[in-house]
Design a protein around this ligand. Structure first.
Ligand code: SF4
Length: 278
């Protein structure tokens, strides 16, 4: 007899996935999920961890916190090629790169995949008891993407999992989520993203600097450390690049955030696989 797939919510702990979790808790979206999974990069602002602690008390299903380790540590790690012995670094976060030949670009981004998607998939397999090579459906994975982010919808790459976007089924935008939260008397969720995410808009950098100066300073320190890591690895025959967290490619602590520049979080709409920022 084939078993029914279990429903699991990917909880980013931002506005949309938190709204979805609370709607499920109130029976406004069904069936009741078996659990939620939060993938912790260990680099979220304290406001997100506090929110998650509170949110857990509101939900009738468990929230599993999973992690692939500290994104900060893995971003700053120098590796060594086993064959050649040469040092190298792994590009994880989508930093802006100023190249030694004067060109500019965006460094390859693998943080969402390595630090969010992989630990979530591992936990999904464990919860649904997915066997190696399984082709039958074992999990319905709920993702809190809203109607205004429809371009981020992507089907599951695994046959045993099927993605579902309940907010889109309900025609809900991010603004609708905030209205639902307010109407039901809940506190406003924070925006979830690593404190130093280069996808921050100027508005978000400004708020971080004003409301959490310690976390802003840790982003400044992280940017310097990332630059030191890159500078310490000589890329023979290739362009040397210096990473920056802001698209102006000016050090974070030298930027005047009193006026918006062109940087915005539209990158999340275009490039995120649905686990960051929701
Ligand atoms: S919030 Fe930004 S830095 Fe953090 S995992 Fe997502 S894309 Fe990467």
């Amino acid at each position: 007899m084939s078993q029914e797939p279990i429903h699991i919510l990917s909880l980013g702990a931002g506005v949309q996935s938190s709204t979805l979790a609370l709607m499920a808790a109130r029976g406004e979206v069904g069936p009741m999920p078996t659990a939620a999974i939060f993938a912790d990069t260990q680099a979220e602002p304290q406001s997100v961890y506090r929110w998650l602690d509170w949110l857990e008390t509101q939900l009738p299903f468990p929230v599993y916190r999973v992690t692939a380790g500290s994104l900060t540590d893995s971003s700053l790690k120098r590796h060594r090629n086993q064959k050649t012995g040469k040092p190298y670094y792994a590009n994880l976060i989508p930093a802006f790169a100023k190249n030694s030949d004067g060109t500019a670009g965006l460094l390859g981004r693998t943080c969402t995949y390595r630090h969010k998607l992989i630990p979530i998939l591992k936990k999904l397999r464990e919860l649904a008891k997915i066997k190696r090579g399984q082709k039958t459906l074992g999990v319905i994975s709920w993702i809190g993407i809203s109607l205004d982010e429809v371009s981020r919808m992507k089907p599951s790459r695994d046959k045993w999992a099927q993605n579902r976007w309940p907010l889109i089924e309900k025609d809900m935008t991010r603004h609708d989520c905030l209205r639902w939260i307010e109407k039901n008397g809940y506190p406003k969720p924070p925006r979830s993203a690593c404190t130093y995410c280069p996808f921050h808009s100027d508005h978000e950098w400004r708020a971080l600097k004003a409301d959490s100066p310690d976390e802003f300073q840790s982003a400044v320190d992280f940017e310097r450390a990332l630059q030191r890591t890159h500078a310490s690895v000589k890329t023979e025959g290739k362009r040397q690049s210096a990473p920056f967290l802001h698209n102006s490619m000016v050090p974070l602590d030298e930027i005047d955030f009193s006026e918006d520049t062109t940087q915005g979080n539209l990158h999340f709409h275009n490039e995120c696989e649905g686990m960051c920022g929701v």
